[in-house]
Every structure is written in C-alpha cells, then in structure tokens.
Design a binder for this molecule. Structure first.
Ligand SMILES: Nc1ncnc2c1ncn2[C@@H]1O[C@H](COP(=O)(O)OP(=O)(O)OP(=O)(O)O)[C@@H](O)[C@H]1O
Length: 258
C-alpha cells in the first residue's frame, strides 16, 4: 500500500478556493508528506484551513495541485485512509457493534477478519460493554468514540481525523490521543489530525504542522513549532511550554497583540 519510501500521503502545491466565486484561498500552495510512524497534529486558528486541507487531500473538495490519495479510485482510497470528519452524525438506530462494522465496507467480506477488526476497535475505545446499545441513544462523547472505533475498524494505514477529541472529557481525550499515537507507531501506519488543544498536540504528536491563512507557517517537532514568536503571530497568545519530567507541558497564558 505504501510507496517504497514509506510515504502515506503526498501533497504537492495543493490550493483550495472557497466562498462565492472562489474568492477565498482556504488552502494556499501546501506541500506536505506524511511517513509511516508519524502522528501529525494540524494546528491553526479558526478558519486557518485545517478542514479544507484534510478534505482536499481526500478528494472531497476540488483543489489545484496534487494529492496522491485523491488520485486513487474510491475503493483503493478507502483502503489507504480512514476519515473521521468533524460532523459526527449517526443517522440510523443501529447497535454500536453494527455501526463499527460499517468500517469494513471497503474490504472484501470476510466474517472472521471483519469480526476481529470490530472487536479490536471496540476494545481500543473501551466500548465492548456498549456493543449492543443503540448508537443514536448514546451521549455525544460516546457517539464520538463509536465513530473513532468505526474508523479504526477500517484498518487503513493512514488515519485522518478532523478535531476528533473535541467534546470528549479529559480522560477520553487523553485515551484517544494515546490510541492514535499507538496506532501511528504500528508498522506502516500514520495519523494526521486537526486539533485546537495545543497541550494535547504538544504531548502526543511527533510532528506539528501550523497553518495560518491557508499556508504552512511551521512544520516540525512540537518544541520547534510552538515557539513564542509563532504563537503570538498566528494565535495571538503567550504560553508556557516546558519539557518536564512527565514530558511536554503546554499551557496558553494570555492574549497578546499580533
Ligand atoms: N462551505 C464554505 N463555503 C465558503 N467558505 C468556506 C466554507 N467552509 C470554510 N470556508 C472558508 O475557508 C477557510 C478555511 O476554513 P476551514 O474550515 O478549512 O478552517 P479550519 O482551520 O478548519 O477552521 P476551524 O478551526 O474553525 O474548524 C475559512 O476562511 C472559511 O471561512
């Protein structure tokens, strides 16, 4: 599935125009490569272009430039990448286990393998005891975890997620970040997710990509990206950041002039 160099996503000069007449450049000339083993956090203020970039990379939004993923036929794309959109809509009153099983549709039917993938995904998200509950009758945060489990059941090498931890309680936010980080460490896997919580991004991501007005303004290790000058310029904040005995600790402190 991956190229000989372990690349799981290759974007070249990707640009996306949105708004009436395509007036707004939501993604501006983005070139990006994701390799197996990476857990990449896409960060940036509201409207920076995070969602547009992920959707264009998947071929869900028209774009100029190239995405090796969007160039694939639909079934091959679904085997390469699992997509967790920001909108978490569960339309049908099916059980949790059946909903997670829908993650298998891109694979040829194989009851034993499908069942094992569903069990593994339920276990990873701590959902085994909820397996027979009707998914539409769960809380918002529980539904979010079910949809994450469905994406994991797809067993794609690349997981792309748009704000997957928004709305989860702190324990489940950490658990989901740890699950994603563990997945990224599995041979041949990578994760890219957008998120607003820079503390979680600093602790769990191997690499951060900072977007501002559609452009990549920084790309590298969390300590190289969460620099005071960039935080002030892009987010308009000052923050505390240290690598302590328990790893990176990041706390936004105050708003500063940009
Ligand atoms: N459906 C749309 N029609 C027109 N313009 C849009 C649409 N969706 C987004 N945009 C514009 O595209 C730009 C990028 O938006 P996008 O949703 O990609 O940003 P984001 O970084 O994901 O933001 P957020 O953190 O608020 O979710 C913004 O200027 C936004 O106003």
């Amino acid at each position: 599935m991956t190229g000989p160099d372990d690349t799981l996503l290759r974007l070249e000069r990707l640009s996306v125009r949105r708004g009436r007449g395509g007036r707004r450049l939501a993604v501006d000339d983005v070139t990006l490569e994701l390799r197996a083993g990476e857990m990449v956090g896409l960060i940036g203020p509201n409207g920076a272009g995070k969602t547009s970039l992920l959707r264009a990379a998947l071929g869900l939004l028209p774009a100029t430039g190239t995405s090796d993923l969007s160039a694939l036929p639909a079934a091959a794309r679904a085997r390469r990448a699992a997509w967790l959109p920001q909108a978490r809509e569960i339309a049908w009153p099916v059980t949790v286990a059946d909903l997670v099983g829908l993650g298998r549709v891109a694979h040829p039917r194989d009851p034993a393998r499908d069942g094992a993938a569903v069990e593994a995904a339920l276990t990873r998200l701590g959902l085994t005891e909820m397996r027979d509950r009707v998914a539409t009758r769960l809380s918002g945060g529980e539904q979010a975890r079910v949809l994450i489990a469905r994406a994991l059941a797809q067993e794609a090498p690349l997981l792309m997620a748009d704000e997957p931890v928004a709305g989860l309680d702190p324990g489940h936010q950490i658990a989901v970040m740890e699950t994603f980080a563990a997945l990224a460490r599995e041979a041949g896997h990578a994760v890219i997710l957008s998120l607003h919580d820079l503390g979680l991004a600093a602790r769990h991501c191997t690499r951060l990509v900072m977007l501002d007005q559609g452009r990549i303004v920084a790309d590298g290790a969390p300590e190289a990206v969460l620099r005071p000058d960039l935080l002030a310029q892009v987010f308009g904040i000052a923050a505390h950041f240290e690598i302590g005995p328990e790893g990176p600790v990041f706390a936004p402190l105050r708003v500063v002039p940009r």
